[in-house]
Ligand binder design. Structure first.
Ligand code: ATP
Ligand code: MG
Length: 584
């Protein structure tokens, strides 16, 4: 499909991107030089994520600069400076120590987007616990699964969530010794503590113990889009990646106000909703409320957000709501908008340019990679529909692999996206699944399980997840390509495309479509869309069937669950639903 490349422009030209010459920065790049931009623990005691994110700034002239600006559900706000954060995270680390939580033990948070979550995450890292965020909307079973597999020793949560989600499971959670409630004043039986009381009594001084860059820091569960969520373990060295990508992909400058809409219950909301912005000493906006288009536009306006990190599902929702945001709100400060999590339709990239100001810069990574790997960097032209180019220090190729060899394919060829091992935030293991972990690596490559191609200019194009690719009449059809084509029709808000077993063709391409508000399902619209897709894609690739849906099933992190569309269509078992959006 021909989408004209977009030359990126930067507001009024006042801010020069951190990365101006892609080739020059890539060839001169070394992780050692990134390490030099960070401080390291005093007296050569190692490298700790929380020290770099908080204490380093608290010891500098950034100490009184606002680190977190939080907006509550009911209009309340709270601003925490880097110095405030240092004091609170020190206290939290002392609370863990006081309760006897050892280094290397897992500490979970089960909290909405509230200040205590940020303090718990960073305080845990200071105390050298392994921080594992749990999405607050999880029901008891997903909570149990993650806490038991992660062998959580402590959980930080609210009274309500504790009663509903954790208390009924305590008998089964043999590792769980302590519960810290953020909204209770008095302790209770069973090592259920009031976090505010504990914090009050804890010292404001804390010396971060020696931290080896290889010490475990984070445990993130994957989204469960293709099956049972996997637990990916990350180490403190990942901070190099968080910092480097904050610098080059998110283009953070000291005066930026940054907002990441991803929930910190997931890897994006942790790597980029907590760590990366703080590493750069910027002001990080946190909104406790759920999606609401008007609220979001008001936040962009009133907080004067300059760099915004969001997701395709959110952008599609904004597109569906419609309106003329750029005229209605003052978005003139917005310099860069990035998106991750799912393929971003070219339509959405261009929508950003028309309606927000900046086009949307897609980028690609996964829980396992710990940080952004491939991105439409601010200084590079955007090819709408492309994920962009590998970050400095990241080597990506398209490969075809056997059990013991990965052959690098030529530009234009489709294959599996692979990353040369050794980047700092590479996951160091799948929790309790060593064999599965080993299987991800062939030669020096980490195999991502995503299919893609690289073009002559070095841009990467997402084709689909290996599990989702449809084989029809001898063709390999990418669901994303079909979904993107359908999305170009005014009626279509969202599309999920799957293969349905078919005697003649092997698999038949079927699309599930959610319509924009002003359209209603009809046979005529179905025929129009089938024809529209056929003209765009050709008969071999176009869907043969279209079903209308009010909404498509999505993971709690907002990804379309094609496996579920397919299972429901075929009346097959639905598999693990712990991350389904509406399940609780
Ligand atoms: P699971 O591994 O449990 O099935 P998941 O893969 O969705 O879930 P995540 O690690 O949250 O879990 O998501 C990473 C995946 O999301 C990538 O492997 C890719 O398939 C998809 N993805 C992320 N960003 C993009 C993007 N920009 N374009 C296309 N796909 C993307
Ligand atoms: Mg995955």
């Amino acid at each position: 499909m021909d989408w004209t490349p977009i030359r990126t422009q930067h507001g009024n030209g006042a801010v020069e991107p951190n990365l101006r010459d892609y080739d020059a920065v890539r060839s001169a790049f070394s992780w050692a030089s990134i390490r030099d931009e960070l401080a390291g623990l005093p007296e050569g005691r190692g490298l700790n994520i929380a020290y770099e994110a908080v204490d380093r700034h608290a010891a500098s002239d950034r100490a009184d600069y606002v680190a977190l600006r939080w907006r509550g559900n009911d209009g309340e706000t709270l601003a925490l400076t880097y110095c405030d954060l240092k004091v609170r995270t020190n206290r939290f680390a002392n609370v863990l120590r006081g309760l006897g939580i050892d280094e290397g033990e897992t500490v979970c948070s089960l909290l909405g987007r509230m200040p205590s979550l940020y303090v718990a995450a960073l305080g845990t890292l200071k105390a050298k616990g392994v921080y594992c965020p749990l999405f607050a909307a999880f029901g008891p079973e997903p909570v149990y699964q993650r806490m038991s597999r992660g062998e959580a020793a402590a959980v930080v949560t609210t009274e309500r969530l504790y009663e509903k989600r954790v208390a009924p499971l305590r008998d089964r959670l043999s590792h769980l010794r302590h519960v810290l409630l953020v909204d209770t004043d008095a302790p209770r039986d069973g090592n259920v503590w009031s976090l505010p009381r504990q914090m009050e009594q804890a010292s404001t001084d804390f010396v971060i113990p020696p931290t080896d860059p290889e010490d475990h820091a984070l445990l993130h569960f994957t989204s469960g889009t293709t099956g049972m969520p996997k637990g990916a373990l990350h180490v403190h060295e990942a901070v190099l990646m968080h910092y480097m990508t904050g610098k080059y992909a998110l283009d953070l400058h000291p005066d930026d106000t940054f907002w990441c809409t991803a929930d910190p219950g997931w890897v994006t909301g942790t790597s980029y909703g907590i760590i990366a912005p703080l590493l750069h000493g910027v002001t990080n906006v946190v909104d406790a409320a759920d999606f609401d288009a008007e609220r979001w536009y008001r936040i962009l306006e009133s907080e004067q957000v300059t760099v915004w990190y969001t997701a395709p599902t959110a952008i599609r929702m904004l597109m569906r709501v419609g309106g003329t945001p750029k005229e209605t709100y003052d978005l003139s400060r917005l310099r860069l908008v990035c998106s991750v999590g799912e393929p971003l339709n070219p339509e959405a990239v261009v929508w950003g340019q028309k309606n927000l100001g900046p086009p949307i810069h897609d980028n690609w990574w996964q829980t396992e990679t710990g940080g952004i790997m491939i991105a439409n960097l601010p200084a590079l032209d955007i090819h709408p529909g492309s994920m962009g180019r590998p970050l400095p220090g990241v080597e990506a190729e398209i490969v075809k692999s056997t059990d013991d060899h990965a052959e690098v394919l030529s530009p234009g060829e489709e294959g599996e996206l692979a990353l040369r091992t050794g980047w700092p935030s590479m996951f160091r293991g799948y929790l309790h699944e060593e064999e599965r972990y080993q299987k991800c690596f062939v030669d020096d490559w980490y195999l991502t399980g995503d299919l893609a191609r690289k073009d002559e200019d070095g841009y990467f194009w997402f084709v689909g997840r290996a599990d989702d690719i449809i084989k029809t009449s001898g063709h390999m059809v990418s669901p994303f390509e079909v979904e993107s084509a359908l999305m170009e029709h005014d009626a279509v808000a969202e599309a999920g495309v799957v293969g349905i077993p078919d005697e003649m063709s092997g698999e038949l391409v079927k699309a599930f479509v959610a319509l924009n508000p002003e359209y209603t399902p009809s046979d005529e619209l179905r025929r129009t869309l089938l024809g529209f897709a056929r003209t765009k894609l050709g008969a071999a690739v176009a869907p043969k069937a279209i079903a209308f849906k009010d909404d498509l099933p999505k993971t709690k992190s907002g990804k379309i669950m094609r496996r579920l569309l397919r299972a429901r269509e075929l009346g097959e078992p639905e598999g693990d639903l712990s991350t389904l959006e509406t399940a609780s």
